[in-house]
Design a protein around this ligand. Structure first.
Ligand code: SIN
Ligand code: MN
Length: 232
C-alpha cells in the first residue's frame, strides 16, 4: 500500500496516490476488459426516468442499479441479464488493507465520466451493512469531489481527486452527502478514451447474526440494521 494518509474529517480518510502509476495502468486495463463482459450502460433516475450523465457497470455478487422503479442491488446486469464479473483481486486486497471491516465488499460500482458528466450530491444508503465504510478509487482525469455531513444542508468541503487517490468514508461519515461537481477534462492520459473512472466498493449485507451455541442466546444480538430508502 503506497500513498499518504490525510484525515479529512471524522470518518473521512483520503489516501493520496494510494495506487502508483503502474497499479493504475494495470487496474484500468482490468476494469476495461471486464467492461467488455459487463458493458457500461446509462442508468435512469427513479420516477423521472431521466438518464444519468455517467455511464455505469458493476463487479461483484451484487450490482447497484437505478431505473424508474428505484435504486436497488441486483445480481444481474440490467441490459445483458448476466451475472456481474467478479471484483478484481487487487481491489479486494485494497479493501482488506484499508477498510477495517470483517467481510469483503460485495459490490464494485464503476462510474465512467465522459463529456461533462457529473454526479449530484447524494447519500449511499441502499446497503443494510451500514457499519461498513464506502471505499472509492479514482482513475483518470482529476475531479472536484464534494463531501458534507448527514444532512443535505450541512457545510461541504471540496477535494480535488487525482488518479490513484482513494477516499474512505464510514462511521460518523457513513451517510455523508457527496458528489462530483466537475471533471477536469484532459488532466490525465490514463484512460485510452480520456475521462475518469470511479470504482466504489461497498458491503451490502451485514455479517450473519448466527451464533455458535457457546456464544449465548440470539436475544443478546443487536437488531438488524434497516436498509436505507435510497439516494436523496
Ligand atoms: C459516487 O458517489 O457514486 C461516485 C463518486 C466519485 O465518482 O468519486
Ligand atoms: Mn456515492
Amino acid at each position: 500500500m503506497h500513498g499518504t494518509r490525510l484525515d479529512v474529517a471524522p470518518g473521512i480518510v483520503l489516501w493520496r496516490e494510494a495506487l502508483d502509476r503502474l497499479d493504475q495502468t494495470q487496474l484500468t486495463a482490468e476494469v476495461l476488459a471486464l467492461a467488455e463482459e459487463a458493458p457500461f450502460y446509462r442508468p435512469t433516475m427513479p420516477r423521472s426516468g431521466k438518464p444519468f450523465s455517467v455511464e455505469e457497470t458493476n463487479f461483484g455478487a451484487l450490482g447497484w442499479i437505478s431505473d424508474p422503479s428505484g435504486y436497488r442491488y441486483s445480481p444481474l446486469h440490467p441490459v445483458t441479464g448476466r451475472v456481474w464479473p467478479a471484483i478484481p483481486k487487487r481491489l479486494i486486497e485494497l479493501w482488506g488493507q484499508t477498510a477495517g471491516y470483517c467481510m469483503p465488499p460485495e459490490c464494485c460500482l464503476v462510474n465512467l465520466y465522459r463529456r461533462g458528466a457529473r454526479m449530484g450530491l447524494h447519500q449511499d444508503r441502499d446497503e443494510a451493512a451500514m457499519d461498513a465504510p464506502v471505499l472509492s478509487v479514482s482513475l483518470g482525469d482529476d475531479a472536484l469531489f464534494r463531501i458534507g455531513g448527514a444532512s443535505r444542508k450541512d457545510r461541504t468541503r471540496t477535494i480535488r481527486l487525482q488518479s490513484g487517490d482513494v477516499v474512505i468514508f464510514g462511521g460518523p461519515a457513513r451517510l455523508a452527502f457527496h458528489g462530483i461537481d466537475r471533471v477536469m477534462e484532459g488532466t490525465s492520459s490514463l484512460l485510452p478514451t480520456g475521462g475518469r473512472l470511479n470504482l466504489t466498493l461497498r458491503r451490502v449485507t451485514p455479517p450473519s447474526n448466527k451464533k455458535t451455541p457457546d456464544q449465548g442466546a440470539d436475544r443478546a444480538s443487536p437488531a438488524p440494521l434497516r436498509a436505507g430508502a435510497g439516494r436523496g
